[in-house]
Design a protein around this ligand. Sequence first.
Ligand code: ZN
Length: 443
Amino acid sequence: MIPSLLIENGTVLALDSRAACLAGHSVLIEGDRISRIGPARAFRGFKGRTIDASRKVVMPGLINAHTHCYSAFARGMTRAKPSASFDEVLKHLWWRLDSALTTEDCHISALLAMIESIRHGTTTIIDHHSSPSAVGGSLNAISRAAKETGIRACLCYEISDRHGPRIAEAGLRENAGFIRRCARRNEPGLRALLGLHASFTISDRTLAAAALAGGELGSGFHIHVAEAQGDQDDCRRRHKLRVVERLEKFGILGERSLAAHCVHVSRREMDILAGTRTPVIHNPQSNLNNAVGIADVGAMIGRGVLVGLGTDAMTTNMLEELRVALWARHLRADNPSAGLSELGAALFSNNPRIASRIFGLPLGALREGAMADIAIFDYDPPTPLESGNAMGHAIFGLSQAPVDTTIVGGRILMEGRRLAIDIDERRVNARARERAKDLWKRL
Ligand SMILES: [Zn+2]
């Protein structure tokens, strides 16, 4: 049993639909849940463990709804040829990198990404993994890193036919085995989805097999959808369908599935996503970096699509991703006032809804009964901070402020900017540098 913990006298900030900014408040955690939030004076005489949050902002832990931990090894890599298109980005960089990964690389890169997430107050990640030369056991290796760091993680392996049917079948087996194991163990920190790369690298045969397995396992899917126009062009040429139509035909969509990107979807496809209650995960930094376009999140939200926010591994800082989402929206809408409430809702309301569905737990909320996943920012606001202007502070202030303390399920993972878990970060980094050097040589 985790002992009770009192986060004392902070500015408690929730930016979901019930936006609240409560100065001089404390948060009591009992076990893995928040049991009470109230004025600091109401907890006088508390005898247990405390964290002083004065001159700090206490927020719900942030959720990254789409990322790739293995990308941690791409930082500083110069061996990829320059790419002139998204297709080339995949061929020159990502498909060479993922093909060179060993099982140990999967574990170490996951540790890197998870530690960095904790440092940025990100308490839940939804990962999408690929390591075609080390498929079997890869999800176990990543889940080991999740257990070691204490972060909440939902994992999947991306099935693809790009390395032939044998690797596609291995991908399906890896997903199925891991989904069963997760269901059996039912640990609150670990979930699984059935991963698919993207329509343009998956044959009808593989898609049908994955859909059948997903149905039998009762699992949702996690797939890249129309990230670049090429995915639509391929789908039209080979299947005479739009990408979302093809996924609907095979039963891949639904409220427990995730459609990452959706940069190039038509109005009709948006209606299918809304009708099937499929969440779309917007990853603006990645889309800008790959020059694939900017998803029309305004139109999607307007048509009833639940839009969440991911980073596609561009960062582990969700507030940074929110900032860029906003700048991208301004540019796309040719309007410097567009999208603030919609994109704020994507991170602070929709990501919690999406993660709560997947984990079957109340995540991403600062209220009594919610899971005690909390980020405490070292932020003493230089201008007034209140409910009505808190989103501006999140974007222009908190996104630039260091996270002091990160808590997942009542367990302190970082305190006073120091990791509080049994991991030697220097050793992890040293080993990662060795592995990365070796990996880059193998490309
Ligand atoms: Zn991705």
